[in-house]
Design a protein around this ligand. Sequence first.
Ligand code: FHN
Length: 940
Amino acid sequence: MKKLLLSAILLTVFAGLCAFDAEAKPLKIYILVGQSNMQGHAKVTTFDHIGMDPKTAPILKEMRNADGSPRVCDKVWISAIGIAEEERHGKLTVGYGAERNGPKIGPEFTFGIYMQKFVDEPILIIKTAWGGKSLNTDFRPPSAGPYEFNEAQLENLKKRGVDIKQAKADKADKTGHYYRLMIKHVKGVLGDIKRVVPDYDAKQGYELAGFAWFQGWNDKVDSGTYPNRREPGVGYAKYGVWMADFIRDVRKDLNAPKMPFVIGVMGVGGMINKDYNPRNKVTHGNFRAAMAAPTKMPEFKGNVVAVRTGLYWDPILGELAARWDKVKSKSRSLNKDKSLTPAQRTAALNKYKAEVYTPEELELFRKGTSNAAYHYLGSAKIMAQIGKAFAEALAATTEKNKSTMDPDALKRWQDMGFGMFIHWGPVSLTGHEIGWSRGRQTPIEEYDQLYKRFNPTKFDADQWVRIAKDAGMKYMVLTTKHHDGFCLWPSKHTDYHIGNSPFKRDVVGELAKACKKQGIKFGTYYSVCDWYHPAYPKGSPAGQTDKPNPDIDRYIKYLRNQVTELITNYGPLHTMWFDVPQEVYSDHGDPTIAMVRKLQPDILINNRAYRHKQDHNKVGDYSTPEQRVGGFDRQRPWETCMTICRQWAWKPNDKMKSAKQCIQTLLQTVGGDGNLLFNVGPMPDGLIEPRQVERLKEMGTWLKKYGYSVYGTRGGPFKPGQWGASTCKGNKIYLFVMNWPQDGSLKIPAVGIKIKKAKVKTGGTVKMSQTARIIEFDIPKDDRDPIATVIELTVKGKAFEIEPVKIVTKSNSAASGKQAKASHRFSKGEEYAPGKAFDDDPETRWATPSGTKTAWLQVDLGKEMTIDRALINEGHWDRVKNFALQYKVDSQWKTAYEGRKIDSTRSFAFDPVTAHYFRLNIFRAVEGPTIWEFQLFEAK
Ligand code: FHN
């Protein structure tokens, strides 16, 4: 009995500790510092207003219990000073804003709620915030040195008869006082965490996981310290310098060198745009830029971010508040009118109010505000969003720094290898290209009305998914919103969506469901650029026009809301396929990526989430070569996206690729260790064109037979080329021989592998011989498959561990390896020399400087030869628009063949001509032409 009792007691004690779970991680501690707006002057009485906006209503749900009482966070502790005489500490709830006329909240309430959600562990917030404090003096960090009065200030003090010495002494006293108070309090709390977090166990330790700074007002209005406030980049530059000092000193003093920082950039009045109050536009703009300056410093890249709080300003409340200033001055003037009785005064004031506000407006103003504009109107709606944004930004920074692509998700995706891309929307009614035809082939007004007659009644998501499955595709990516801004799901963040078309049905939803049902992975394409959305800076045609009221921050908010909607409503998605991030860079892109990862940790994100200043292949989880097969690469995951016809969206009688082209493209892609995302553009009635369905079925038929050589394989070890491509899995290598060398057998470098067995999977027999250097395969012509002869090789050990090698099959081009010269060269080096077009290696090319519009490439065959056929490989560039194949006779160039387009690899036959020198003369190219292979074949 006694033993049972003892173990019961132990159990409860242990259970108690479990609240903080035995293998408790270090307690994450977040520090919130600033002045009155970090104190927080948003009264709890303004909470209801949050619920009146569908966008913020979900936040209110997190802030209140079902019975409407404020939430008390069980796993968030807080210690706060500066909000009241004494320190306040306990479980986070309302009332940790400024105490006077409370209860109030600052950013700490939603910061704590959302930060705890992000980290999913107990957290501690230490908040030190005092009203009316500046960075230049009160929070001045030690390494900023003493405060120096400038000439103008000293002048001014003298004029006011102030004792300079005393003034300097007073300033010295004040200098850094609140910086030291902050550090002292934080260290005090860290010294005895159990005092504020009863369940804290010193053994678990703590981690200073983030710092949020929300200050600014007292510096912005300080024309003494910042005399040239109107000078951009100069006026407030010192603030940025001291802010950087502050970050370094805090990290040093708290021994947290890597602690991520969020700077809450002032945003009273909203984002600075043409409607911003002109009186303050310049100075406020300069000050906000100075506040965010540290985020641009290399040492702070990725670990100091800015949150532009203007995003969360409520313009309606702001406008109502502006009117209240009139009421206040009216009241002041009535108060001065001694002829009025109090009752008359009140009546007059109420009459005036009724002129200024409608009853609804006054109600809204009362409901939504509780303090002055510089305290963000005391609006809990604004403060709650700011707190959440601070948490998101810190989580994003931390997340980004932990770069968390889910490797298993990547493996699953690579094993799939082949997916369907779908470009669709009301534009299909026109047969022109999606997005790009807006303001070109189709006037903008007409384009934007297309959805009113978009009614694809034959749309059947199950049928599309079946077509993809029958094609051997394992995943699908749909354009949920392309550059034209139209949404194929009933988004609650815009009216420009399928729900407001005659069709009404949720295309994204139905397709996501159908994919799930048939075991196909579903992903969403989402265009970052939006030439339709008023806040996105660029417009149609082709993003080459400027919008009248650009507001990139507002647009990014819209983008993040929609991306969240897609993941939340239709997830889990296998990928978020962003596109054309024209005006969006890392400062907006990284937090978006982190947000997406947070919403779905195993999602894959492509490399078009934002424009990377140096190398777009550093963005996201995989690269996306377009309309060309990417280069062999086993390090950086990649996926070629390509159209089955020419256009992305449906176009009547668009030129469709042959089955051979389609299947060879797939094999060249997986042979390069890439995935192929093959695009169809469904018709406006909702059907995928029968001829495209047929073509896809042909691919499916091939994959039904030989899919084992594609799915779950890796590219190589024999790199793709004109000869073909190879994949490997386990101890198998699959050769896809697409072009047999003219001299008969395929010779591949032995690379130290012993082929134990070779089997022709496409039928027939293979004669294989191997020496230490070369392995030779020969298959009778009749057994060679016109699309790809599949030869399965069995090797000892893991085939993937064989060092990848290139197979350059000597073409029987008369020009192969011959002397070459050209009118232009991309660079002095050999890399893009003319000879690269005659080396039988489809991975090398002759290139010309960008902007080159005409050029020629000449080869010396070494003697007179009679030629009647040429092959030109322009890779994926499609730049040559008019050219001639010429040969020199009596030092005159004559034309053997003239053409308009090469477009990837084409061979041209012409009447036999005899000459020593031949050239490709390019009369017109859209961009610096580049040729990967130029081959000439003797007339038989
Ligand atoms: O402009 C788009 C185009 O319409 C299409 O969506 C492709 C797909 O990768 N991406 C852009 C062009 O790079």
